[in-house]
Design a protein around this ligand. Sequence first.
Ligand code: DC
Length: 210
Amino acid sequence: MRVIAIDGPAGAGKSTIARALAARLGLQYLDTGAMYRGVTFAALRGDVPLDDTEAVADLSRRVMLEVGDTGVFVDGVDATAAIRTAEVTGAVSKVAANSGVRTEMRARQQQWAAERGGGVIEGRDIGSVVFPDAELKLYLTASPRVRAERRVAEAGGDVEEIERAIAARDHYDSTRADSPLTEAAGSTLVDTTGLSVEEVLQHIVRLLEH
Ligand code: DC
């Protein structure tokens, strides 16, 4: 099984790089953040209180999630755009801190990779917890301002406000008890500030050759 794990904070360029790297290596790509967003969408839609950890964990075990090139489907409903709304983005850290949800998502991610002989998988705990034996573990980061600017370029908004929101989410994701965002042992730090997508890709391809 060939797994490339890409972790890092919001806006570091993980999705862009992971998708391009997967295409270059002939592997499939999995956005695990979209899975946590999908569970959050399902909980909000079903009026499941996010503070009810058992009910949310239960929901995560029942929900049908399809995360792929054609979009994100939650129980058959196209949620590709809905999982990126401010409502879901504001609530997802709470769902991602739920241990029952994490246990279920990890099992699904491991099954996804096993069925495909691996893949390029991005998230927060991929190299540290889900695939500690990945062939290559990358920790992508960039300055907070650049990360906010990338998000604004994608989805609009005010840079300072987005920078504050990203900082708050990173803090929450990095300080939760269960598999917090952290640089995994054996991971390579790649600071994408000031680098083009192609420069980052070339750097990663060189790392794979060693
Ligand atoms: O990458 P993203 O912004 O779509 O991630 C959404 C949220 O899910 C984010 O708050 C961190 C969390 N997440 C996580 O805890 N573990 C992962 N493997 C992926 C995402």
